[in-house]
Design a protein. Structure first.
Length: 303
């Protein structure tokens, strides 16, 4: 079981158009609406990979209600805390040249709303993974957040972190999570020095003491734990739809580890899931059969 704490959900709207032209009217030929935010993408991808996932999140207004409805329709259990501000929307327009994205900022959460979210998280069944995934609104009390995640660890859950910015450093050093997954840019920003994914992963592990995974786009990823360091690379063309690939990657990691798989095996499954996600429009709508096929093509090397 994967329990996800998502502080910045969204309604994700994807427009497929022939061409994006500044200052022009656009009439999409395809419109997709999905329950979004990194945590919901993670849970939805995990569900497609055959692992149960639930999400604890704030929900504001009619948009928040729609996000919950869409998530439930995809088999993801959602526990919501009503909040005063409307849930945000994020829009992606895709044409032949790439992506044009509009991401609204996550609404702030009041002290009461934050406490209610922590209480809702504490009430979730434990014994698997608890993942904090997505951006953290600026007004969030980081010590309250760390305490809530530490309580989950005390209940028997392993903690996984996928976020960025200053709060990542606090979580890494104070919480000592079982797993941190970041991309190379986020790791370099945290550590204050650009370097290879392998070097950054090793440096970050000295802070957390747990498993660290650093992804680097088409260059692959590196994972390090108490038994060794592995690199993973899939020699396949990059897909046109990368939104949600990082979240699908983490879903592959947690799905494999929750079944008792090794980190090396998890890197292969995760790489296949990320690539399968990029093959179709709409985050976390990957084909699990394609993900498994691609995972077999991933080259794993021990460093």
């Amino acid at each position: 079981m994967i329990t996800v704490l998502l502080l910045s959900p969204s309604l994700d709207v994807t427009y497929l158009v022939n061409e994006v032209a500044v200052g022009e009217i656009h009439r999409p030929h395809t419109v997709l609406r999905s329950p979004g935010g990194k945590g919901l993408n993670l849970a939805r991808a995990a569900h497609r990979l055959g692992v149960s996932a639930s999400v604890v999140m704030p929900s504001g207004g009619h948009i928040g209600a729609l996000v919950s409805e869409l998530a439930a329709a995809e088999g993801v259990a959602v526990t919501t805390v009503p909040v005063r501000q409307q849930t945000r929307s994020c829009v992606t327009a895709i044409d032949g040249l790439g992506l044009t994205e509009f991401y609204e900022p996550a609404p702030d959460l009041s002290a009461t709303e934050q406490s209610q979210l922590c209480a809702a998280l504490a009430a979730e069944p434990a014994g698997g993974w608890t993942a904090l995934s997505g951006s953290i609104p600026a007004a969030v009390d980081t010590q309250l957040l760390i305490g809530a995640l530490a309580a989950r660890a005390a209940q028997g859950d392993s903690i996984a972190i996928d976020t960025h910015g200053p709060v990542l450093g606090l979580l890494a050093s104070e919480l000592k999570p079982a797993l941190v997954k970041v991309n190379r840019h986020e790791a370099a920003e945290l550590l204050g020095a650009d370097a290879s994914a392998a070097s950054l992963a090793a440096q970050l592990r000295t802070i957390t003491g747990g498993t660290v995974i650093v992804t680097d786009g088409v260059a692959g990823s590196v994972g390090i734990d108490g038994t060794g360091t592995w690199s993973a690379r899939l020699d396949a063309p990059a897909g046109r739809y990368p939104v949600g690939s990082g979240d699908s990657y983490l879903a592959g990691i947690l799905a494999t580890l929750s079944r008792g798989g090794s980190l090396a095996a998890a890197l292969a499954i995760a790489s296949g899931a990320a690539s399968a996600n990029a093959a179709v429009a709409g985050a976390a709508t990957l084909d699990p059969a394609l993900a498994a096929h691609l995972a077999e093509r991933v080259v794993i090397n021990s460093a």
